[in-house]
Design a protein around this ligand. Structure first.
Ligand SMILES: Nc1ncnc2c1ncn2[C@@H]1O[C@H](COP(=O)(O)OP(=O)(O)O)[C@@H](O)[C@H]1O
Ligand SMILES: [Mg+2]
Ligand SMILES: [Zn+2]
Length: 511
């Protein structure tokens, strides 16, 4: 007796169809699963047996073999419980087989036959639709997420008996719908705003420039100066997410199992702020059952590394390549997989060990060599990833108390959007989108300076002792500042402002 049921699995960010075949033959009772199952899949046997019996059906006392095809991909997790159970019911004639080939089933079973939610539903639902499947049966909790995929009917079920009654035609399940357009409009909101931040106009401006050109930004300042508060607000001035971006972000969060309950689609830009004790694997992804790390959870959003000097050196080093490539590749025994990781990096650090080097009100107790040692905790190549450095001083009481209103995130975001549009037009067909991505040859093409502007830059180099690597960064940032102003050429004020954003290159820290 043979039974066949469609299910789905994951490789990296993509789903694929898995066929669950069951063969039942006479002989000593046995139950084997083949097709590269991991431990969780092997344990499926006990759950399937109990769930079938406790739902009032017969579990065959025969020789049962389950094959998960294709045989050459690793099958992970408990999501094959439900298709295995249904394949057994089909092989033993306990459910009708008409139309079964149009269905895909995904779900973990509990011993009493309930269907439990699983991770990675969105990419699997997409692959089911792309393979021409018509109906997807899934736990009630997973329905919202699956229903984002238009063109496949999503049938939410609470237990095995519900499915059998549906397949028999006794009690058909109603398909689940979500209205993506209205969801998208009503959810694209943040509950924090730049208007909450008093004073600090220069830092807000630096973050606006960062957002406009997708420049990574490092804030240096004493504790309590508002670095964390401002970093959290960076996503609120980035352009609204497109549907495709939302889909990709949701996929990643779904696979990692961190999609908030009742969420169909993540429509606001992610903000990830891993603690400095984070391991290299949690930061970049991987593990025995591979999962996306923080840098992928921050995809299309912001990764905030608070107190940069406290992070483990190895963790920061493994992040460097993905930071450059916009994706991370994880090697496995018989394959490698990759997750996207295009994010803006924003970071904070104290200026020195005691924290008060830049504080006008308090005295720094560090010696110059201690200051130097503190800064050198961050490797040059990592420091090189930051186009913008900002010194943050605590806000003055006068500013905290004043009723002066400042630009809201929505107003800033409009300016960012305009600057981004200019960049998109300029770099059309070039595979880059923002000024921060300009390569050296492109910099000389798009960041030309007039004589006066060149002189300012030369002066700054001599006066501030800027390093050579600062040169291209200043030009890229100046390009963004000009774009924010809608200016075709980089002018004096643009270059002068960009020079301000190279705090750590100053002699101050380099003596
Ligand atoms: N400019 C500001 N406007 C309003 N509140 C501020 C400002 N700066 C600091 N604060 C308040 O001080 C708290 C501590 O700031 P925080 O962002 O944690 O500082 P840091 O990260 O630099 O140590 C904030 O949660 C906020 O309540
Ligand atoms: Mg902080
Ligand atoms: Zn100090």
């Amino acid at each position: 007796m043979l039974g066949k049921i469609n299910s789905a699995g994951l490789i990296g960010l993509d789903g694929y169809i898995v066929e669950v075949e069951i063969d039942i033959s006479p002989g000593l009772p046995a139950f084997d699963i083949v097709g590269l199952p991991d431990t969780a899949v092997k344990e499926s046997k006990e759950r399937v047996r109990a769930a079938i019996r406790n739902s009032g059906f017969e579990f065959p006392v025969k020789r049962i073999t389950a094959n998960l095809a294709p045989a050459n991909t690793k099958k992970e997790g408990p999501s094959y419980d439900l298709p295995i159970a249904l394949a057994i019911l089909s092989a033993t004639g306990q459910i009708p087989i008409e139309d079964l080939d149009k269905y895909v089933f995904l779900g973990e079973l509990s011993l009493d036959g309930k269907i439990k939610p699983i991770k990675g539903v969105l990419p699997m639902a997409i692959s089911a639709f792309k393979s021409g499947m018509e109906k997807l049966v899934i736990s009630i909790e997973n329905a919202k997420e699956a229903a984002v995929v238009k063109g496949i009917e999503v049938l939410p079920c609470s237990n095995v008996l519900d499915i059998v009654n549906h397949l028999n035609g006794d009690n058909p399940i109603q398909p689940y719908f979500v209205d993506i357009d209205s969801l998208f409009k009503s959810n694209c909101k943040y509950d924090i705003d730049f208007a909450d931040v008093k004073g600090q106009e220069n830092i807000k401006r630096a973050l606006e420039v960062s957002a406009a050109g997708a420049h990574n930004c490092l804030m240096i300042g004493s504790p309590g100066s508002g670095k964390t508060m401002m970093a959290r607000r960076l996503p609120t001035i980035l352009p609204d997410m497109t549907f495709d971006e939302a889909l990709e972000v949701t996929k990643i969060h779904s696979i990692a199992g961190v999609l908030p309950p009742k969420t169909s689609l993540i429509t606001t830009r992610p903000f990830r702020s891993p603690h400095h004790t984070v391991s290299a694997v949690s930061l970049v992804g991987g593990g025995r059952i591979p999962k996306p790390g923080e840098i992928s959870l921050a995809h299309f959003g912001v990764l905030f590394l608070d107190e940069l000097t406290e992070f483990q050196k190895v963790a920061l080093e493994v992040m460097r390549q993905p930071l450059e490539d916009g994706m991370v590749t994880i090697s496995r025994i018989n394959a490698s997989l990759s997750y996207p990781s295009r994010f803006m990096l924003i970071s904070s650090m104290n200026p020195c060990k005691c924290g008060f080097l830049l504080d006008p009100a308090k005295n720094c107790t560090c010696t110059p060599s201690q200051v130097q040692q503190y800064i050198s905790k961050i490797s040059g190549p990592l420091l090189d990833r930051f186009d913008i450095h900002m010194e943050v001083s605590p806000v003055k009481y006068r500013e905290l108390d004043s009723g002066i209103s400042t630009d809201s995130s929505a107003v800033i975001r409009d300016r960012v959007n305009n600057a981004r549009k200019i960049q998109l037009d300029r770099y059309k067909g070039m595979k880059i989108f923002f000024n921060s991505q300009l390569q050296p040859s492109q910099i000389s093409m798009f960041c030309k300076l007039g004589e006066r502007e060149k002189n300012i830059l030369r002066d700054a180099f001599e006066r501030m002792g800027l390093s050579a690597r600062a040169h291209n960064r200043i030009l890229k940032v100046a390009r963004t500042i000009a774009d924010l102003e809608g200016s075709e050429n980089i002018q004096m004020p643009h270059i002068a402002e960009a020079i301000q954003y190279r705090s750590l290159d100053r002699k101050f820290w380099n003596t």
